[in-house]
Design a protein around this ligand. Structure first.
Ligand SMILES: Nc1nc2c(ncn2[C@@H]2O[C@H](COP(=O)(O)O[C@H]3[C@@H](O)[C@H](n4cnc5c(=O)[nH]c(N)nc54)O[C@@H]3COP(=O)(O)O)[C@@H](O)[C@H]2O)c(=O)[nH]1
Length: 517
C-alpha cells in the first residue's frame, strides 16, 4: 500500500492544531481557575484584614473605657464613650452596662428602660463576650450587628461592612475558633465545614469551596463558596477572548505546520537530504542478448525510498539537475551499484553495467573524476555510460570528453534514441558504441504504428555506423521476436524483468531467463 503523503501531512497539521487547541484551552482554563482560587484567597484576606483591625480597635477601646473606673452612666462616662466612638473607625455604637443591663449608649444616651443583657454567643480567649447577628435599630434604621463586651462596656460592629467586602456572588462565613470549636461570627451560618481545623487552606475544584485560616495571629477562619455561575460571570469575557485567540493561534499553527511540512518534504528538500545522507540506491534492469537469451548486462536505475515514501526518477532527476548536484549523485550511484553487483559472485567478469550520465557532467568535464572512484578502479565489470541526446553534447568540449571516456575503456550508449533532437550525424560525432532505441518505438509495434515503422531505418543507420543496437521497452514475445528478426541484437524491458535488486538479478542470470520462458 503506498504512503499517502498529503493525507499524512494534513493529519499531522490537524493533530498539531488540535493539540494547540486543547493545550491552549487547558492553559486558559487552568489560568482562570488559578486566578479564581487567587480571588478566593484575596477575598478571605480582605475579610481578615477588616476583622483583625476591628478586633484590635474594640479591644483598645473597651480596655481604655474600663480603665477609667466609671461606675455609672454619668455625663462624664457618656462623654468618654462618645469621644472613643468619634476616634474609632469601625465601631458603630458603644454601650455601658450595669448589673447585666444596658444603661446607656452613645447613640441614645441614658435609656429610659435599661435593657437586660442576654447570654453571649461565646467568649473569646481574651475574655470578650460576643453576641453575633444581633438585630438592632438605630435612628429608625435596622441593622445586624456583632456585639463585643468586656467589663462594663460593649461595642457594636455593623456586619454590613463585612458583607460589603465579601464579593457579591460568593457565599461566606467568618468563624472564630474558641473553646475547641468553631463559633459563628458573621456571614452565612453552617457554611464552614471545618475541613482542616486551623491548619490552613483548601480549595476544591468541583465545589469551589475554600477555607482560609490565619492561626498564627488569631483564630479566625473564612469559608468561601462560589458556583459555576460565579465563575462564568467573572471570566465570561476573558473566556470569549481566549477562545478566539486560541482559535486564531490554532489556525496559524495549522498553516505553519503545513508550510513547514511542505518545505521539509518537498522533492528539493528530500533530494538534498538523500544526497547528503547517501540514501539513493539502484535497482538493476537486465539487458539481454536476443539471440542467445543470455543476460549480458544491466542498467542501474536510481531509486529513493524511506519509511514514509518512495520518489521516482522522473520526479527526482530533474531536481538533482536543478540543484546542480548531478555529479555527486552519479558518483554515489556508481559506487553503490558497483559494490552491490560486485558482491554477486554469479555475475561474470565481462558483465556490462550501464550508468546514466547527466549531459552537464560531460560538457563540464566533471566526468573525468570517474576514474578516481575506487569502486570503478577495482571493478571486474565493463562499464557503459548512457547519454541522452542533448544540446550540451553537441559542444566540442563534450565530444572530446566522450572520446576521453572511450580512451579510458568505457563504452558509450546513446539513450532514448529518437526522442531527442540531434541528428544521426551528431550521434556519429559522439563516438558512441551503442544505440538504444527508445521504448516509444517498440511500444506500438503490434499495431504497426508509424513510429515503429522507423525501427528498420534506425537499425540500418546504426549498422552503417557500426553501432550495436539495444531495443528498450520490450514487454512481450511478439516484440522480442520481431525485433530479433529485424536484426536487433540486444533488448531490455519488462518482458525480461523489471528493475530488481542485485541479488535477484544474479539469480535471474543463473537461469538465463528470456521472454519465451
Ligand atoms: N541521470 C540519471 N538518470 C537516471 C538514473 N536512474 C534513472 N534515471 C532516469 O530516470 C528516468 C526514469 O527511469 P525509471 O523510472 O527507472 O524508468 C526506467 C525503466 O523502469 C523504464 N522501463 C524499462 N523497461 C520498460 C518497459 O518494458 N515498459 C515501461 N513502461 N517502462 C520500462 O524505462 C526507464 C529506463 O529508461 P532509460 O534510462 O531511458 O533506459 C529514465 O530516463 C532514466 O534514464 C540515474 O542514476 N541517473
Amino acid at each position: 500500500m503506498s504512503f499517502n503523503y498529503s493525507n499524512w501531512m494534513r493529519s499531522s497539521a490537524n493533530l498539531a492544531t488540535i493539540s494547540v487547541l486543547l493545550l491552549g484551552t487547558l492553559l486558559a482554563f487552568g489560568g482562570m481557575l488559578w486566578d479564581f482560587k487567587r480571588t478566593h484567597t484575596e477575598y478571605a484576606a480582605e475579610i481578615f484584614k477588616e476583622i483583625a483591625a476591628t478586633a484590635i480597635e474594640i479591644e483598645i477601646t473597651l480596655n481604655n473605657l474600663n480603665s477609667n473606673g466609671f461606675n455609672d452612666c454619668s455625663p462624664k462616662t457618656l462623654l468618654a464613650m462618645r469621644q472613643a466612638l468619634f476616634v474609632a473607625a469601625s465601631i458603630k455604637d458603644i454601650g455601658y452596662l450595669k448589673n447585666f443591663e444596658l444603661v446607656c449608649t452613645t447613640g441614645i444616651g441614658v435609656l429610659d428602660n435599661p435593657y437586660p443583657s442576654s447570654l453571649p454567643s461565646f467568649v473569646t480567649e481574651k475574655g470578650f463576650e460576643i453576641w453575633v447577628d444581633q438585630p438592632l435599630v438605630m435612628f429608625d434604621k435596622k441593622y445586624n450587628a456583632l456585639i463585643a463586651k468586656k467589663g462594663d462596656f460593649n461595642a457594636v460592629y455593623d456586619l454590613a461592612v463585612l458583607a460589603a467586602i465579601a464579593p457579591k456572588d460568593f457565599r461566606w462565613q467568618l468563624i472564630y475558633h474558641g473553646n475547641n470549636r468553631p463559633n459563628h461570627l458573621a456571614g452565612e451560618e453552617g457554611l464552614y465545614q471545618n475541613k482542616h481545623g486551623l491548619k490552613g487552606f483548601d480549595f476544591s475544584l468541583i465545589t469551589q469551596y475554600s477555607e482560609h485560616c490565619i492561626p498564627q495571629s488569631s483564630n479566625y477562619c473564612v469559608a468561601l463558596t462560589s458556583n459555576y455561575q460565579t465563575f462564568f460571570s467573572i471570566y465570561s469575557k476573558l473566556m470569549l477572548i481566549s477562545f478566539f485567540l486560541i482559535l486564531i493561534v490554532s489556525f496559524r499553527v495549522h498553516t505553519f505546520v503545513l508550510l513547514a511540512y511542505k518545505k521539509f518534504y518537498s522533492t528539493r528538500a528530500i533530494v538534498t537530504r538523500a544526497i547528503r545522507k547517501d540514501q539513493f540506491f539502484s535497482l538493476y534492469q537486465p539487458i539481454v542478448d536476443l539471440n542467445s537469451g543470455e543476460i549480458i548486462g544491466c542498467e542501474a536505475l536510481a531509486r529513493f525510498k524511506d519509511r514514509r515514501m518512495a520518489i521516482y526518477p522522473d520526479q527526482f532527476i530533474p531536481v538533482v539537475r536543478e540543484l546542480e548536484l548531478s555529479w555527486l549523485f552519479t558518483e554515489q550511484i556508481i559506487k553503490k551499484a558497483l559494490l552491490d553487483l560486485g558482491a554477486q559472485s554469479e555475475l561474470p567478469a565481462n558483465f556490462k553495467i550501464n550508468f546514466n550520465l547527466f549531459p552537464s557532467d560531460i560538457s563540464s568535464g566533471r566526468i573525468q573524476k570517474v576514474i578516481d572512484i575506487h569502486e570503478v578502479k577495482n571493478s571486474r565489470f565493463n562499464i557503459e555510460f548512457e547519454i541522452t541526446e542533448d544540446e550540451k553534447l553537441e559542444e566540442s568540449e563534450a565530444i572530446s570528453q566522450l572520446a576521453w571516456l572511450k580512451d579510458q575503456g568505457f563504452t558509450i550508449a546513446v539513450d532514448d534514441f529518437g526522442t531527442g533532437y540531434s541528428s544521426l550525424n551528431q550521434v556519429k560525432s559522439m563516438h558512441c558504441n551503442v544505440l538504444k532505441i527508445d521504448r516509444s518505438f517498440v511500444m506500438d509495434m503490434e499495431e504497426g504504428s508509424i513510429k515503429s515503422s522507423l525501427i528498420p531505418h534506425i537499425i540500418k543507420i546504426a549498422n552503417d555506423l557500426n553501432l550495436k543496437v539495444v531495443a528498450e521497452g520490450i514487454e512481450n514475445v511478439m516484440q522480442e521476436n520481431e525485433l530479433r528478426e529485424l536484426g536487433v541484437e540486444f533488448g531490455q524491458g519488462w518482458g525480461f524483468g523489471k528493475p530488481m535488486t542485485a541479488k535477484d538479478l544474479a539469480e535471474l542470470c543463473k537461469t538465463k531467463h528470456n521472454v519465451n520462458d
